[in-house]
Design a protein around this ligand. Structure first.
Ligand code: URA
Length: 259
């Protein structure tokens, strides 16, 4: 019998590996006689903080499938995901269930950057799938008349859930920021939207007073950057004024996307 803690760690590693394969462009994992090697998810050397058991991904082989060239992830973004591996670079790895890398179209013209996964995102391995996520989807689909999956890519400044949904700490943001930068450079969208103060401050490298600066244009590595409120803030302070502010900010984004 495998002990319960070991079993849940193995299941978590399996889930992370399957998400890693999905993000690397694999759509199936058939286990049959024609097995050939799929990529091994890298683990940073010397920094493994989990249990002493072997990472499951080092033992798994699965069949690569025909690529679906409609939404083939850009090579670069796949490289970034592979480099992130089963990340153990900060203490968030000790409490996370899943790495939430990002989702959407890797060739999108529009990227939203949030703060960090919450409980729903940690459970599902996808960003913005909880209450704030539903608000973000509404902003994209009803406010901007775009399709969330086809027209946008969504990620966060930290890829693992801070326990109890606390704010990510400086060392956690510092450990994850190189991957955010590489993600944004790999996608190179026309517009990046920073959702809320932590995302805006991380991208601009200074403390951003979001109430003052929302709705203003900035530059990040040669890409246009718009700052707006986080959808969770909108839900907490659900005033007509705040809703109008985000609507106005997104209309500015649409003007650039249509130009
Ligand atoms: N809030 C965030 O900032 N990111 C998520 O993915 C979910 C909620």
């Amino acid at each position: 019998m495998v002990p319960e803690t070991e079993r849940s760690l193995l299941l978590r590693q399996l889930k992370n590996y399957l998400l890693f394969l999905k993000e690397s462009g694999h759509t199936h994992a058939p286990l049959n006689s024609e097995l050939s090697e799929l990529p091994v998810m890298p683990v940073p050397s010397g920094t493994f903080r989990g249990s002493s058991s072997q990472p499951l991904e080092t033992q798994m082989t699965l069949i690569p499938t025909e690529s679906n060239d409609d939404h083939e992830p850009s090579g670069d973004l796949t490289d970034v995901r592979e480099e992130l591996g089963d990340c153990q670079r900060c203490k968030l790895c000790e409490t996370r269930k899943t790495i939430v890398f990002g989702s959407g179209n890797p060739d999108a013209d529009l990227v939203f950057v949030g703060e960090g996964p919450g409980a729903d995102e940690d459970a599902q391995g996808l960003p913005f799938v909880g209450r704030a996520g539903r608000k973000l989807t509404e902003i994209i689909e009803k406010g901007m008349l775009l399709n969330r999956e086809k027209d946008t890519y969504i990620c966060n400044i930290v890829k693992c859930r801070p326990p109890g949904n606390r704010d990510p700490e400086k060392d956690e943001v510092d450990a994850c920021k190189p991957f955010l930068i590489k993600q944004l450079k790999a996608i190179r969208p026309k517009v990046i939207v920073a959702l809320g103060k932590p995302a805006a401050s991380t991208l601009l490298g200074r403390t951003v007073p979001i109430t003052k600066e929302r709705g203003t244009w900035h530059e990040f590595e040669g890409m246009k950057l718009m700052l707006t409120y986080h959808p969770a803030y909108l839900l907490r302070a659900y005033t007509k004024e705040n809703r109008q502010a985000v609507y106005d900010d997104m209309q500015k984004v649409m003007e650039i996307l249509k130009a």
